[in-house]
Design a protein around this ligand. Structure first.
Ligand SMILES: Cc1cc2nc3c(=O)[nH]c(=O)nc-3n(C[C@H](O)[C@H](O)[C@H](O)COP(=O)(O)O)c2cc1C
Length: 228
């Protein structure tokens, strides 16, 4: 079993319609360590040693947060600035995170269509998250396509929220149980609702020809497990 760490960063939880529900349910999963960073560090006094020890003790590192100003909320940036030290996360002898998996889990207020070159936000969500992707790369971690729910405000009304939370929990279980086909997952730009609906297939359930991965390989075949 892989040890999964969720670092949850949401400064406005009173108004949250989605992230808090996702977080509460994820926190109840066996084998998942859940940390509410804003509850733990309301004054931003991050315990660097404790955070580094927590990272070392886990195999899968997840940042769960709402997109704020096209980026991470402030405490999560502070956490990166302080915890991912030279000599620990990168640089000479800084290889403590090497080989771990890294997964961002985000929600947006903006609609999917806005996150296109020709849309009102001008950039794709994956592009906006490229600082995290490159940070993971510098630290020797394998970056997985971000889990994303667009138009989070509307999701409770249009029925997507429950489906998204269920899919998120399935993904977490597969990461924990090391049953995820990482190569198949990595072919997605984002793990949006459409991609997440295939997680059962990625776990090796009999593939349906209609669900062939883009390369033409059945997505559930030849599972490359995390431990490989
Ligand atoms: C300060 C602030 C900045 C925000 N910036 C963005 C943004 O850049 N892009 C976007 O799509 N949504 C933005 N939002 C909307 C949040 O991402 C959205 O409310 C959140 O994902 C909804 O999840 P929740 O119900 O769990 O809070 C912002 C919200 C706040 C309060």
């Amino acid at each position: 079993m892989a040890r999964v760490l969720i670092l949850f960063a949401h400064p406005g939880q009173r108004h949250s319609r989605l992230n808090v529900r996702m977080a509460q349910q994820a926190a109840r999963l066996d084998g998942v360590t859940f940390v509410d960073l804003y509850a733990e560090y309301p004054r931003f006094n991050i315990d660097i040693d404790a955070e580094q020890a927590r990272l070392v003790a886990h195999d899968v590192i997840i940042f769960q947060f709402p997109i704020y100003w096209y980026s991470v909320p402030a405490l999560l940036k502070e956490w990166q600035d302080l915890v991912l030290e030279y000599g620990f996360a990168y640089g000479q002898s800084g290889s403590k995170l090497s080989g771990k998996l890294f997964l961002p889990v985000v929600t947006t207020g903006g609609a999917r269509d806005a996150y296109r070159e020709e849309g009102s936000n001008h950039f794709r969500l994956r592009t906006l998250l490229s600082p995290l992707e490159q940070t993971a790369s510098l630290c020797g971690m394998r970056f997985l396509p971000p889990v994303a729910l667009f138009s989070a405000h509307d999701s409770a009304l249009d029925g997507r929220a429950d489906l998204h939370i269920a899919a998120y929990l399935r993904l977490l279980s597969a990461l924990r149980d090391e049953t995820l086909d990482l190569n198949a997952v990595s072919r997605f730009e984002l793990l949006d609702d459409d991609a997440l609906s295939r997680v059962d297939i990625l776990r090796g359930v009999t593939p349906n020809p209609a669900d062939m991965a883009p390369s033409g390989l059945p997505a559930g075949s030849n599972s490359a497990r995390m431990s490989e």
